[in-house]
Each structure stands twice: as C-alpha cells, then as structure tokens.
Design a protein around this ligand. Structure first.
Ligand code: HGY
Ligand code: MN
Ligand code: MN
Length: 457
C-alpha cells in the first residue's frame, strides 16, 4: 500500500478566506503568491483541515425525517418505500456535490468524486442507510453522510486527490427484514451468491429481489466488479467503552465474529385450559429452557462472549393455545472463533437434550455469521495517526457489532473509525450521539481517507 504522507499536505483555510496579494503589490506570479500564502498559512500538515460539522449534523437530522420511528428514532427498513426515499435524498445530495452515481444489482450505491488519476483505484468510504424497525438516527447513516461530508469539504476547499473517492451505501446491512445482516456487502465480497440473496424472504413472503426491483433501486452494475484502493467506514460504537473512558475516537483493529442459528421447536397446539399438564407438548416452554441455556453458555465465556435471541416467532400465538411451534434465532458473538464454535456446539447438544426430555422436535439452521475480522494494519494506522494529528483522544477497539467493513475487508484494505454513543445504546430509538462526537469521527475519517487518496492540490 503506497501511502502519501501528510507532509505535502497544506492546511488550507476555506478558499474564500485565502485572499492572494495582487502581483502588482509583490511582483510575484499568482502561483508564487499562492505558494507564499500557503507558507504563511502552513500549520502542522493537515492540522486544521476539518469538515463542516453543522452541515453534517443538518444532513443527519434531514435524513432522520425519512422513515421516522414512533419514539424519535427511525424505521427505514431495507428495500421499503422509506428506504427508497432515503436513497433519493442521498442521491440528490451527491448530485449537488458534483458526484456521479453508480448502482449495482444489489442496489449498492456508489457516488464518485473524480481524482486527478482516473485510472487510480478509488478510495471507498461509506456504510448503510437502512435501519432496524426501532432503530436510531445514526447507525450506518453517520458513515454514509460522513463520507458525503468529505466530498463536500474537498469541494469547498477545491482540493483534488489523486485517487477518486467513492461514497457508498450498502443495501440491507441490518439483516432485520431479510437475514443475514450485511447481505449486499456479502454478495459484493463473494460470500453469498446474488441469486441466493434475491431469494431471501421477509415475514410476509416477499423476496428481497422482487422488493429491490419494486422500489426501483436495482442497478445494472455487476456486484463486486468494482475494485477498491481501500475502504473506510465511520460508525457509532454501539457499545459503552468510548463514552465510559471519555475517548473521542475508536480505532477499530478487529471485529468480533457472529453466528446466527435459527432453531425450530415443534410440539403440539392444544388448549391452555383443558389440556392436563402431563399431556402437554409445549414448544414455548422448550424455547424458554433453550434461551436459559444460551445465556448460561455466553456467561461461561465471559467477559467477551455474548448470546441472546432477538427474533422469536410463536405459533399460533393465541392466548389460549399452547404453542405448537416456535422459531427463534440465536445470536452468539465473540472475538475468538473457537469460542463461537464451542457455543454453537453446546447450543445444539443442549437444546437437543432439552427437547428429547420434553418430547419435542428440534431443528437447527445456520442463517448467518462471519469469522472474527482483523482490519488492514496500514488503514488502521491511517485512522490512528489521523486522530493523533487532530488531537482527538482515542483507543483501539474491537467492534462488538457487525458492519459492511467486515465483509469488504475480504476484498480490499479496510478499517473503521468509531465515535461514542450515549450509554452505548443502539438498535433502540433512543440511540443518541453528540454533534462533537459526530464531527470528531468525520474529521478523522476525512484525514484517513485523504492519507490514502493522496492530495494533489
Ligand atoms: O448485527 C449487527 O451487528 C449489525 O448491526 N447488523
Ligand atoms: Mn450499522
Ligand atoms: Mn445496526
């Protein structure tokens, strides 16, 4: 990876403030005058190159109006009409910033700001605009709009880079309407086939491919044909560490691994009143005992492993019918693959015994997951030196959540920048960050991207 240094980077004040002395006054050519002006302005390289925090914050609040939740957050689920509306807004902003938009067959959006070398592989920067059903305003969105803010800032300062910069929105990162999470970055990285992704069905039986087509965001580009010089993703931490330690920036060195196992337990529907206890085949009770086991398994690998079930469907879900069937998904995570494998194995063995003892049937299906991720050392260093150069406090971090960067790391040098979030809360409408945290994250993203895209002038 050839990395430019910031040494050649001049720290320009916004162009409108740079008033050049007229040649008549100094007898210099405009270029000499500019160089002289730059020398006067030369602070520590890049020290004062920052994004426009007010504009970033306004854009976040504008996007948050699309697909509002019921408690101040967002419900802008993937390939819904709300998702489409958010895409149109993002596209309009990119067009206004002079960028050209590419769209691939998974609906991934690529807004390109030209570099001086059209043949140089672009530096990609982005995340996702889709949200959980009770999501926050910043999960994913901060990374996409932080990337847009980089383009806007470079336009303001009339700064050119050697490598083009491409701001990216990956479709269906959340995996809530259509499992698995990070579906489209997974197709981009060659993890899933596009056909398999198109066949994913939501709770109403609508396929991902048909819904992507219906909202009009299925592009022509082959997924994954684009090659990247590097990829950076800015994201809220979605955990408590940075806020608790008073750190501005998380330098993400790794991402913990994830395993989603869908469990189906089958008993027998029967009357909750007239069925004697010994005759019951209560799938709901079986699930309850399995969930207790999941908690026990995760605790056995404390402090880092985690486990729970977020998706639970009970059938027939009637107040006076003993559930004859339950379908639920166990989400195990750990920074260590062997621990994830141990947890999965103990789940299957333990759940099988619970169900055998209760006369219930049980089936398991792996519906998502990825191994722990180590991000690219050079990209991680670019993030860390950017935070140091800008004077932001920082610490290395393992990401607890999955991100598109976890898959893109398979096909390009990748790293992440994280900012704190209030009480570490996310996937909750009360998700909150401060404007300062958003700005610090975007400033570091700007410098890390410029470090790899190479400023030409
Ligand atoms: O599941 C995750 O970690 C991410 O929020 N999709
Ligand atoms: Mn996210
Ligand atoms: Mn999320």
């Amino acid at each position: 990876m050839c990395w430019s240094s910031f040494d050649h980077m001049v720290s320009l004040k916004p162009v409108q403030e740079v008033v050049l002395p007229h040649c008549g006054e100094t007898g210099q050519t405009p270029a000499q005058a500019l160089t002289a002006k730059r020398e006067i302005n030369m602070a520590a390289p890049g020290e004062n190159l920052k994004i426009d925090g007010g504009r970033l914050w306004d854009s976040l609040m504008e996007m948050a109006k699309i697909g509002p939740g019921v408690a101040g957050g967002n419900n802008r689920q993937t390939v819904t009409d709300e998702d489409s509306e958010g895409r149109h807004l993002f596209q309009s902003w990119c067009t206004a910033a002079g960028m050209t938009m590419g769209l691939d067959q998974m609906g991934n959006m690529f807004a390109r700001r030209e570099g001086t070398d059209p043949d140089a592989l672009p530096v990609y920067v982005g995340s996702h605009l889709d949200t959980q059903p009770t999501g926050g305003k910043y999960d994913g969105v901060l990374g996409v709009l932080g990337g847009l803010e980089i383009a806007r800032t470079l336009n303001d300062l009339n700064i050119q880079t050697k490598h083009p910069i491409v701001v990216t929105n990956f479709t269906n990162e959340e995996g809530t309407r259509y499992a698995p999470a990070m579906l489209s970055s997974g197709v981009f990285a060659g993890i899933h086939t596009q056909d398999w992704a198109y066949e994913r069905e939501d709770a109403k039986g609508l396929s991902f491919g048909s819904e992507l087509e219906r909202i009009g965001w299925k592009g022509d580009e082959e997924v994954g044909a684009r090659k990247m010089h590097a990829f950076f993703e800015l994201h809220i931490e979605q955990g408590p560490i940075l806020e608790a330690e008073g750190k501005d920036i998380g330098v993400v060195t790794h991402g913990q691994g994830l395993s989603w196992t869908q469990v189906t337990i089958t008993g027998r529907d029967s009357h909750t009143g007239s069925t004697p206890m010994p005759m019951r085949k209560n799938a709901g009770l079986g699930m309850a005992r399995v969930l207790e086991l999941v908690d026990e398994i995760a605790w056995s690998h404390k402090p880092h492993a985690v486990g729970a079930a977020g998706h639970i469907d009970v059938y027939p879900n009637s107040r006076n019918v003993i559930p004859g069937k339950v379908v639920f998904t166990i989400d195990f995570r750990s920074p260590e693959l062997t621990i994830i494998q141990d947890m999965d194995a103990r789940l299957r063995e333990g759940a099988q015994k619970i169900c055998d003892d209760m006369g219930l049937e049980v089936a398991f299906e792996k519906v998502g997951g990825f191994d722990p991720v180590e991000f690219d050392a050079d990209c991680v260093t670019a993030v860390r030196t950017a935070a140091e150069r800008l004077g932001y406090t920082h610490r290395d971090l393992i990401s607890g959540a999955g991100h598109d960067a976890c898959w893109i790391n398979r096909v390009a040098p990748t790293a992440m920048v994280m900012c704190p979030c209030v009480d570490g809360l996310s996937h909750n409408e009360a998700e909150e960050i401060s404007k300062d945290w958003a700005v610090a994250g975007a400033d570091v993203l700007l410098h890390a991207v410029l470090e790899t895209a190479e400023i030409i002038g």
